[in-house]
Design a protein around this ligand. Structure first.
Ligand SMILES: Cc1cc2nc3c(=O)[nH]c(=O)nc-3n(C[C@H](O)[C@H](O)[C@H](O)COP(=O)(O)OP(=O)(O)OC[C@H]3O[C@@H](n4cnc5c(N)ncnc54)[C@H](O)[C@@H]3O)c2cc1C
Length: 296
């Protein structure tokens, strides 16, 4: 079998974040950060670019933890999709994120691919991006110059483009813990059952008031319909303060359809994506309605 030799001048695998930041800050040539490698190595072997220096994050234990403190969850950038899928705390507080992680690729991909890699790769079809936006995630970016906390909606600027600077690492994802009556729905539509790359994803997170009827807050976020994940803010205007029993699901579905402007590509036409977006918004509202009614 033909084996390609990989010229590699330098390879670093530090155990501490500080060491990693130091290595990044001292590099004159480009150095590539590697997490699980499930995006990066494919691009590398396809020779989308040359990489001579690697900074591997695999030995940094503190980036592999999920922690809760002071009403927020902190997820280390090296937490894998398999960890998200299995975590009881994710299931309890951020079920949509756990379900989205469980829908990624195959078991092999889920055990290597990380949340940090999914975020920084910033593919419009990245499955965790819409759930993170819907849960009001913030990203902690670190460099030797200091720390920056950025809301998810400000981080993504285009397909595969983010505001992350070369000397910065994404270290943690910070999520405010939701209130008790918060319900979520995750819907992913793809073309094949296995190893699906999303044609469209939709996340609806609704927070109810104590009466379990009045909508206190809502986030409707979609993936694969624009260069970056998007929130449909008009839905918030229509739903907040309203009684859930009196909502017009078809009208809300139509708003989602009208507000997105997806592109045609090999995974689906623009019209198809718009039709599907309306239908899955209605399905998500129905799912949340059922969950709300069974709340005890
Ligand atoms: C067969 C297959 C199926 C797939 N299916 C899906 C799917 O269904 N849904 C989906 O969303 N994705 C899918 N993917 C894509 C991929 O698995 C995910 O995006 C994964 O989360 C990437 O994480 P990683 O740790 O492997 O990232 P890597 O490949 O290691 O890195 C990706 C990018 O992020 C940068 N990076 C990583 N971590 C950091 C950090 N902490 N700080 C700064 N920069 C960082 C790297 O430099 C690189 O540019 C699939 C991939 C394959 C090969």
């Amino acid at each position: 079998m033909h084996q390609r030799t990989v010229p590699c001048q330098e390879y670093f695998a530090p155990r501490k974040i500080e060491e990693a930041l130091d290595i990044l800050s001292k590099q004159e040539k480009e150095i590539k950060v590697i997490a699980g490698g499930t995006d990066l190595l494919i691009q590398y072997y396809d020779r989308l670019y040359e990489i001579n220096s690697w900074l591997d994050l695999k030995n940094i234990k503190e980036l592999q933890e999920i922690k809760i403190h002071q009403n927020q969850m902190e997820i280390g950038a090296m937490v894998t999709h398999a960890q998200l899928e299995k975590s009881a705390e994710i299931k309890k507080y951020f079920p949509v994120l756990g379900k989205a992680a469980a829908d990624i690729g195959s078991p092999q991909i889920r055990s290597r691919g990380t949340i940090g890699g999914n975020i920084v790769n910033a593919s419009p079809a990245g499955d965790l991006l819409a759930p993170l936006m819907a849960y009001n995630a913030q990203f902690k970016l670190l460099s030797t110059q200091g720390e920056k906390i950025v809301p998810a909606e400000e981080f993504f600027v285009g397909p595969k483009k983010t505001i992350l600077e070369p000397a910065q690492l994404l270290t943690r994802i910070i999520l405010p813990l939701p209130s008790e009556r918060t319900y979520g729905s995750w819907i992913k539509i793809g073309k094949r059952k296995a190893l699906i790359i999303a044609t469209i994803t939709l996340v609806l997170v609704v927070e109810m008031a104590k009466d379990n009827k009045t909508v206190k807050d809502v986030r409707t976020c979609l993936g694969s319909v624009a260069p970056t994940p998007v929130e449909i803010k008009e839905i918030r205007k229509k739903m907040v303060g309203k009684n859930f029993d009196q909502l017009d699901f078809a009208e809300l579905g139509q708003i989602v359809e009208d507000k997105i402007s997806p592109i045609d590509d090999i995974r689906g036409t623009k019209e198809y994506r718009k039709d599907v977006a309306k239908e899955i918004m209605i399905n998500a509202l129905e799912e949340i309605d059922a969950a709300r009614r069974s709340y005890k």
